[in-house]
Design a protein around this ligand. Structure first.
Ligand code: SME
Length: 289
């Protein structure tokens, strides 16, 4: 199973009793339990380590550098001054996300600078334990993109690439309950392949539904609450939110469509990853079709 490292910096061992108005009421074991629950659904084995000592964090990261495929780190106060930790993260060259429970940008002036941020994929701050969960999703998103790109470089045929794309997304993102690809055929979108509940919408006229709107408008559409959007064509009564990302190169070839049974399931990092994958598919199509 793929392993991902979760490192917690100084004072995070006191979570729950330490300034709960800033850091929340969860203890560190409770935070780790929530991370472990999501990781299990993503088929990831999490490895946790907390230390109050800069050198111990660096030693642990070095020791595990070949055993893991990614890193989610809450460097705590080290964020703002530890060049040594920054160099260690750069040295191990793992896809890394910097996370913070509190919103460090709304706090003291000394917390406004991160010396860690630019050796990471991104920084996620202010969402409590959700910061870690999104951090895990960003690492998995990076790996998913890498996996698809590798396949495309091996000159897979495009049908296989579409299928692989759906499979990777369904495997790694448990909140993606229905994942499919629709292809443009004339004035219609035709479902190419999907994983999830059978859909009655195997053909959708361009301009209709969220799917048809994304192609007509040539941009990603995120619907946080499908029941509040009059365009929405229902595939399952369990669906609460949806994202549709056009596969657009010289023309629009199709789209990636994802439904979630969780309301408001799709965020900026989902959009960024899916647009990255759609772009790679489109470049392959431009070059080969
Ligand atoms: N919900 C889509 C239709 C496709 S199913 O969700 C798979 C839409 O509104 O276009």
């Amino acid at each position: 199973m793929r392993r991902i490292l979760f490192l917690h910096g100084p004072n995070l061992n006191l979570l729950g009793e330490r300034e709960p108005e800033i850091y929340g009421h969860l203890t560190l074991p409770q935070v780790n339990d929530q991370i472990a629950a999501l990781a299990a659904k993503c088929e990831v084995e999490p490895i946790f380590f907390q230390s109050n000592h800069e050198g111990q964090l660096i030693d642990f990261l070095q020791e595990y550098r070949h055993a893991v495929v990614g890193l989610v780190i809450n460097p705590a106060a080290l964020t703002h001054y530890s060049y040594a930790l920054r160099d260690a993260i750069a040295a191990v060259n793992l896809p890394t996300v910097e996370v913070h429970l509190s919103d460090i940008h709304r706090r003291e002036a000394f917390r406004q600078v991160s010396v860690i941020r630019d050796v990471c994929l991104t920084q996620i701050s202010g969402l409590g334990v959700e910061s870690y969960l999104r951090g895990l999703e960003v690492v998995l998103g990076f790996l998913a993109q890498q996996e698809l790109r590798k396949l495309l470089n091996e000159k897979t045929n495009i049908d296989e690439a579409y299928r692989a794309c759906v499979k990777i997304l369904k495997r790694d993102f448990p909140k993606y309950n229905w994942v499919g690809i629709y292809l443009v055929e004339g004035n219609e979108l035709v479902v190419h392949n999907y994983i999830g509940a059978p859909t009655p919408h195997t053909r959708i006229p361009i301009g209709q539904g969220i799917c048809g709107a994304a192609v007509a408008e040539e941009e990603t559409i995120i619907v946080a609450d499908v029941n509040a959007d009059p365009r929405y064509l229902s595939c399952s009564i369990e669906t609460k939110s949806e994202i549709v990302v056009p596969i657009q190169g010289r023309r629009i070839y199709g789209e990636i469509d994802i439904d979630s049974y969780t309301p408001n399931a799709f965020h900026e990092h989902d959009q960024k990853m899916l647009e990255g994958m759609a772009k790679d598919l489109a470049e392959f199509l431009d070059a080969n079709m």
